[in-house]
Design a binder for this molecule. Sequence first.
Ligand SMILES: Cc1cc2nc3c(=O)[nH]c(=O)nc-3n(C[C@H](O)[C@H](O)[C@H](O)COP(=O)(O)O)c2cc1C
Length: 206
Amino acid sequence: MKNALLVTAHPYVESFNFALRTQAIELLHMLDWQVNTSDLYQQGFNPILSPADFPNIPTSVPLSLPKQQEVAHQHALFSNDINSEQSKLLAADLVILQFPLWWGSYPAILKGWIERVLSHGYGYGSNNLLSGKSILLSVTTGGANNEEELEHYQTKIDQLGVDVFAYAKMKVLKAIINHGPSHSNEQQRQTLLERSKQQLVSMVNA
Ligand SMILES: Cc1cc2nc3c(=O)[nH]c(=O)nc-3n(C[C@H](O)[C@H](O)[C@H](O)COP(=O)(O)O)c2cc1C
């Protein structure tokens, strides 16, 4: 049985982002995948990388966050919230990040998840423990007005994935992008959902 981790960064469970999340979980279950979830706002995930990530690290370790992350991984010194996220990632064949585009990028809570969880000596550096896993960015935007803008968003968002996750030697899939759900009516949202479902089906069957 294949395993997916679905990470969602949206404060409202009533949002279109959560509709996409729920649909992806149902679909993957139907296709016989095991699904783990991380709902970052709902679990109160702390996005701030700091020394509190490794409260018991020896004072002899240099005050360098990458070095401290590496030692924390080697000696199991990470805080519980990081351990939990890293374990879910290790179990996953496919990671889906579900989020709205905010200022052209990841919402801060998700950026912080990346900074804290994809740590040096675990995700990159001396170990690439996520190497070969697939990663899919499923993103909503404020809206695109024409072909040129559609293409601009696709290139930009695919690059967001590559910048982080190709560095961790993950396989970055073409992003699924839904434009302007907040000014779409119910019928238009259903059409967007259906199209996203077909895109996800073709990716997991590829
Ligand atoms: C802080 C903030 C920044 C945003 N920045 C962008 C942006 O850079 N580009 C864009 O297309 N939409 C931007 N938006 C619009 C959101 O992407 C849009 O509201 C969201 O994708 C709609 O999905 P939802 O209804 O599930 O929240 C921004 C919204 C907020 C709140």
